[in-house]
Design a protein around this ligand. Sequence first.
Ligand code: ADE
Ligand code: ZN
Length: 336
Amino acid sequence: MTDHDFIAGLPKAELHLHIEGSLEPELMFALAARNGVAIPFASVEEVRAAYSFSRLQDFLDIYYKGADVLRTEADFHDLAVAYFDRAAADGVVHAEIMFDPQTHTARGVNFDTVIAGLLSGMAAAEATHGLTSRLILSFLRHLDEADAFATLEMARPWLDRITAVGLDSSELGHPPEKFARVFAAAHALGLRRVAHAGEEGPPGYVYQALDLLGVDRLDHGNRSLEDPALVARLARTGMTLTVCPLSNLKLCVVGDMADHPIDRMLREGLRATINSDDPAYFGGYVADNYRAAAAARGLDRRDLAMLARNSFLGSFLPDDVVATHLAALDAYVAAH
Ligand code: ADE
Ligand code: ZN
């Protein structure tokens, strides 16, 4: 079996995926037509050609524009189903997906419309592929604390269907401390906590995510490597890092995939995982991310299995379900 196929078949969880970032240009055009929404592109090719970024903000500007075609519950259902179909083909058996309610409520699309569509897509994926999933409500950090609190309020009727809160969007200038009280309120409601930190922001933002937000998992975390004491702490506490190699390349977090630190993270004892972030924008789904990192950094099958193992250990699944997934992973590795 080739490494390509080994990676596709490797049972894995995806822990860092923005569902709005899985909107492929083809679906963008279909939804634009269905909803009578004008988009500033003439063709699918023109959209793809626009996906050239030199930093996070370049991407975010186009990502929020693309999301404008999402209007109805059916749109969110179709978006989710399209992602889960691709993920299942990549060996994903469990996904913890982020959604950005404020991107939609700011345009007049109801919170309930968004979440109902996503939940029905999640149920369809479980029925079709046996792929389980959880929802992470992510706050936009470029907006203020009051807006995040208002969003948490909208989530109240749905709390039993939401696993965690997250923090995304423009990192620089919007440190985690801005949302300490919102995260405390979310925790009090029984929600788990994740946050993007150390993607573009300094190690100090990672400390804030740990100490002021109380995160259970760190999204990206790359710049933690600049601080040996922080690396030691993350390793000692078994903190999961949801690393996204193709995203890092496209957003110039690394200059070249050959310089990606994924193997260094494993060597330093960090619980690193591989994820796709915004696959429609960054050129690949989760298996493509495993392959790109493996090819550039010489990861062997033991490393790949470790990354998949970490993805289950870092998930919010109950221990007995994690154990079942790890047993299936071990059986797969032993057979290959
Ligand atoms: N929103 C979607 N993808 C993101 C990323 N990689 N960083 C911050 N915000 C995001
Ligand atoms: Zn992200």
